[in-house]
Design a protein around this ligand. Structure first.
Ligand SMILES: *[C@@H]1O[C@H](CO)[C@@H](O)[C@H](O)[C@H]1NC(C)=O
Ligand SMILES: *[C@@H]1O[C@H](CO)[C@@H](O)[C@H](O)[C@H]1NC(C)=O
Length: 186
C-alpha cells in the first residue's frame, strides 16, 4: 500500500529510489494523522508530530521530513527543503534522538499549489556523527534547501528506507505566521 502511494504521487523518483515497505504512523496534536498523500493544512501541522514505526528497540534510526516541491512542484529548483532531521533514535523514541535539524512546519508560499511533505525512516548501521552545520534551529532557513534525502542516505550508509509516509499541503493563513519565526539573520 505504501509503495503504490509513493509511486502514484511520484515520491519515487522525486525523493527516493526505493519506496519504504512499511507505513510510519504520524500523528499531530491538532488531531490529524498523516495518510499517504492526503491533504492537510499548515495550521494542522504546525507542531512536531509523534512518529512511530515498527522498530527494534536495540537499533538506531534516522527520521527525515522533506519537501521536494520547493518553491513549486512544477519548478522545484530548490528541491528539497528539509523540515526535520533526527538521527540516532533508539527504537522509535524520537524524543531520545539527536536533532540535526529542528522541526519547521509546512510553509508553502501563496499560489504555489500543493507541496508534498515526506517522512522517511532509515535504520542505522551505527551512530551518525553530528552534521556539518551542527543543530539547525527552527528560527532560520539557512542550510535547509537543496537537500537530497537519497544522497544523505547514501553518504551515511543508511541503505533503503524502512518506513515512510507523506501528506500534501498548500498555503493557508498560518503560513505568514510561520515565516515570522525566522528571526535569525544570515
Ligand atoms: C523552536 O524550537 C525550540 C526548541 O529548540 C522550541 O522550544 C520552540 O517552541 C520552537 N519554536 C517553534 C515556533 O516551533
Ligand atoms: C535562534 O534560536 C537559538 C536557540 O534555539 C538562539 O540561540 C538564537 O539566539 C536564536 N536566534 C534569533 C535571532 O532569534
Amino acid at each position: 500500500m505504501a509503495v503504490q502511494a509513493f509511486q502514484k504521487h511520484e515520491v519515487i523518483p522525486d525523493v527516493l529510489k526505493t519506496a519504504p515497505l512499511k507505513v510510519a504512523k504520524v500523528v499531530y496534536d491538532s488531531g490529524v494523522e498523516v495518510n499517504l498523500g492526503a491533504e492537510l493544512t499548515p495550521t494542522q501541522v504546525k507542531n512536531p508530530p509523534t512518529v512511530t514505526w515498527e522498530a527494534n528497540p536495540e537499533a538506531l534510526y534516522c527520521l527525515v521530513l522533506t519537501d521536494p516541491d520547493a518553491p513549486t512542484r512544477a519548478d522545484p529548483k530548490w528541491r528539497e527543503w528539509h523540515h526535520w532531521i533526527v538521527a540516532n533514535i533508539p527504537g522509535c523514541d524520537v524524543s531520545k534522538g539527536d536533532v540535526f535539524a529542528e522541526y519547521v512546519g509546512a510553509g508553502p508560499p501563496e499560489k504555489t499549489g500543493l507541496h508534498r511533505y515526506v517522512f522517511v525512516v532509515y535504520k542505522q548501521a551505527g551512530k551518525l556523527a553530528n552534521p556539518e552545520y551542527g543543530r539547525l534551529k527552527n528560527n532560520s532557513t539557512q542550510h535547509r534547501n537543496e537537500f537530497k534525502t537519497q544522497l544523505f542516505a547514501e553518504k551515511n550508509g543508511l541503505g533503503d528506507p524502512i518506513a515512510g509516509n507523506f501528506f500534501q499541503a498548500q498555503y493557508d493563513d498560518y503560513v505568514p505566521q510561520l515565516y515570522k519565526q525566522f528571526t535569525a539573520k544570515y
